[in-house]
Design a protein around this ligand. Structure first.
Ligand code: FEO
Length: 394
């Protein structure tokens, strides 16, 4: 347990070894589950808990610090990495009440087998006095679940933001030290779970504007002593601004698609277009998601398997569809042996993408001179579109 400000403590568990979240999201730097203890002159509250496999580490911190009384557990978010430890904390402090909103309460009753009388239900904007410290609840839904809220500690001007503004990083640093490093982790985190909710996040950022925030304390990663760092980054990520960048995600079986991709990528580079090429086999989907945050164009490239797209490309299309990036243009290239519904299937899998689709380049067998010409033409179209957007100058 480490001091954040007077009578406010960071009770964080570092999960250095965790490498996957939700059996989906890679964690190259592990993660942390941050709880916060606030000791008022009359009441003591803890904000969130930790993931169940690590809750003993959080409880050990409370025991070591001699915390013998807990009046409230503020639950910001029902996902298990923050709420899953509530039953264990309640075993230690049976008189504590779980303070949360109606939606989160209903979810916690479903997930943790808690009874209604164990809760204090609060509304948006409501305050809770701990004596000389006052908590104000600010509902910040869809970052990334519908029930998520934040808490503003009025006297200390700290915003406890839960997943909002977080980063998956296990770290010994209480506060952000290397801003560029943390921003990269925070962008990855935003890309993986928040990007589909850009509209809701814009609303939440607006809602926070009247608050004077001196510090942002998220539920993953280090605390921001300079809130503008992460607030400004979020404003950029949710904006419509895109970069002169094409993501080319490909999979190839017998080199036909690979040859197309390599030629196409070279052609784009010659035309001044930025490219990030991903071999989708074994790709770090967090890196892919991060590049999707501001790429102007996405191209998927795949061979045909059993008439449809290679399943690895179909998986990538599903991810792109789920993440709903602000990508302006998209296209499909690939190959087949005797027949293909690959383009139709990939297109239907990306129905959420509000992007202008280029004419696909689908070839039979190995690429021939006329196929390379089509790829040059596609690269020229992308160059022209990026110029129209003003993101490619020459
Ligand atoms: Fe960190 Fe959505 O839980």
């Amino acid at each position: 347990m480490r001091k954040l400000t007077d009578n406010v403590y960071y009770v964080s568990v570092q999960d250095w070894d965790r490498r996957l979240f939700d059996e989906l999201i890679p964690l190259p730097e592990g993660t942390s589950y941050n709880a916060y203890l606030i000791k008022g002159s009359e009441k003591t509250a803890m904000i969130d808990t930790a993931d169940p496999p690590k809750i003993h580490e959080l409880i050990n911190q409370l025991i070591t610090a001699g915390v013998d009384k807990l009046d409230y557990i503020i639950s910001h978010h029902a996902e298990q990495d923050h709420s899953g430890g509530i039953p264990d904390v309640l075993l230690m402090y049976p008189d504590a009440k779980v303070v949360t909103n109606a939606k989160c309460k209903a979810m916690l009753m479903d997930l943790l087998d808690l009874d209604a009388e164990q809760f204090v239900e609060i509304t948006d904007g409501q305050t809770l006095s701990l004596g000389d410290k006052t908590l104000q609840f600010v509902f910040t839904p869809w970052v990334h679940w519908p029930e998520t809220m934040s808490t503003y500690l009025k006297e200390d001007k700290i915003l406890f933001s839960c997943d909002f503004f977080g980063s998956h990083r296990a770290t010994s640093s209480l506060f952000v030290e290397n801003e560029a490093h943390v921003l990269e982790a925070a962008k990855r985190y935003y890309a993986e779970i928040m990007m589909p909710f850009r509209g809701a996040i814009a609303g939440n950022l607006k809602k926070l504007e009247p608050l004077e925030i001196k510090m942002i304390a998220p539920s993953h990663g280090p605390v921001y002593p300079r809130p503008a760092l992460i607030i400004d980054a979020y404003k950029d990520w949710i904006s419509d601004r895109v970069e002169n960048k094409v993501i080319v995600g490909y999979v190839s079986m017998h080199d036909s698609t690979r040859k197309m991709v390599e030629y196409f990528v070279d052609s784009l580079i010659e035309k001044g277009v930025g490219v990030q090429q991903f071999n989708l086999t074994g790709v770090d989907i967090g890196h892919l998601a991060m590049e999707l945050v501001d790429a102007a164009t996405v191209i998927l490239a795949a061979p045909t398997v059993l008439v449809g797209p290679h399943p690895t490309a179909a998986y990538a299309a599903l991810l792109v569809n789920a993440l709903k990036p602000k990508t302006k243009f998209a296209g499909i290239i690939g190959s087949f042996g005797w027949g293909s519904k690959m383009v139709e299937t990939l297109t239907s899998l990306m129905g959420n993408l509000k992007a202008e689709m280029f004419e696909p380049v689908l070839i039979k067998g190995q690429p021939k001179p006329q196929d390379f010409e089509k790829l040059d033409l596609l690269a020229e179209k992308i160059q022209a579109k990026h110029k129209e957007l003003g993101i490619l100058k020459k």
